[in-house]
Design a protein around this ligand. Structure first.
Ligand code: NAP
Length: 293
């Protein structure tokens, strides 16, 4: 039987709807309107598209959006000064500095300068440390989205055997921590792992966050397992047109998996929805309120 397709667009729309309802309640009951500041330095075309989408979705949820566009030549000191102003601004509950940054700016220094309570990208060392320690933390949006998608198939992840391929600070590591917090048994694989296909074949849940087009094949997947594909890779076809594919060979893996996310339309839409959820959470925390969702 072909795999069930996990519809990331629908799950993301549902989450955005919950955030929108919660934003209305916060405004009505507490006079609090969550605000997200997005900082874009330079004119990377992909980043421009991401930022435009974030702004549109933020406004669509009823939150305030504060866009800051800085030239490619911006110095580290100028960007750090802007972050300090946003840290101090009570209307701003979430700060996102779009990566990558131009070469003259140290991204780690900028991330570390963001108030951890406003770090809706979840990349500040305090938040990654809290996540690793099992304490409440703002976690990165893409891994949060992956866990929500996995739970549409496995409402409880307790005892589930999960393999995460990739150990980046942005996806693989925080994803593994989130899964551990859900009581899954987690294996983190990477470029030096031995016999990756055999590691994956043991798993009930495989997350691919590698950045290698269609690397995960049918023979890697246990029949009935769930496959969450984080990869975004551009391939050019014989007609010269390019298409986006994931890290999983979707067509063949669909023949054996129990459930699978498509690319596009799987993990991608969840990332912005989780950014809104994190901003809502940061706004609630700033007012000493419990998380709304
Ligand atoms: P990254 O920082 O490049 O990390 C890739 C990871 O994959 C590394 O840990 C690397 O291992 C591992 N790896 C590379 N080649 C491998 C191989 N042959 N076998 C096993 N592991 C291998 O990438 P990332 O930021 O985590 O992103 C991963 C993918 O997700 C990319 O395609 C990216 O575009 C996509 N992504 C999507 C979203 C979304 O919203 N859908 C968000 C973020 C990222 P080492 O550590 O040993 O080098």
């Amino acid at each position: 039987m072909p795999a069930r397709i996990i519809d990331g667009k629908a799950v993301a729309a549902d989450l955005r709807g919950k955030v929108t309802d919660a934003v209305q309640r916060l405004a009505r009951d507490h006079g609090l309107v969550p605000g997200l500041a997005v900082v874009l330095v330079g004119s990377n075309p992909a980043s421009e598209v991401y930022v435009a989408n974030k702004t549109k979705t933020t406004l669509g949820s009823g939150m305030r959006s504060f866009d800051h566009r800085l030239p490619e030549t911006t110095s580290a000191a100028e960007l750090l000064a802007l972050v300090q102003r946003l840290n101090a601004d009570p209307a701003v509950h979430g700060i996102l500095v779009q990566l990558p940054l131009p070469a003259q700016i140290d991204a780690q220094e900028v991330i570390a300068s963001i108030d951890p309570a406003k770090d809706v990208d979840g990349l500040h060392p305090i938040n990654s440390g809290r996540l690793a320690a099992g304490l409440p933390a703002l976690a990165p949006c893409t891994p949060l989205g992956c866990v929500i998608l996995a739970k549409t198939v496995h409402p409880s992840l307790k005892g589930v055997d999960a393999v995460v391929i990739g150990r980046s600070a942005l996806v693989g590591k925080p994803l593994a921590q989130l899964l551990l917090a859900e009581d899954a048994t987690v294996t983190i694989a990477h470029s030096k792992s031995r016999d990756l296909p055999a590691l994956c074949r043991r798993a009930d849940l495989v997350f691919a966050a590698v950045g290698r087009a269609e690397m995960v094949g049918k023979s890697w997947i246990k029949p009935g397992a769930t496959v969450i594909d984080v990869g975004i890779n551009r391939l050019s076809g014989p007609d010269g047109k390019s298409r986006i594919v994931g890290d999983v060979a979707f067509a063949e893996v669909s023949e054996v998996a129990g459930a699978i996310t498509p690319v596009p339309g799987g993990v991608g839409p969840m990332t912005i929805a989780c950014l809104l959820a994190n901003t809502l959470r940061a706004a609630c925390m700033s007012a000493g309120l419990p998380p709304e969702i």
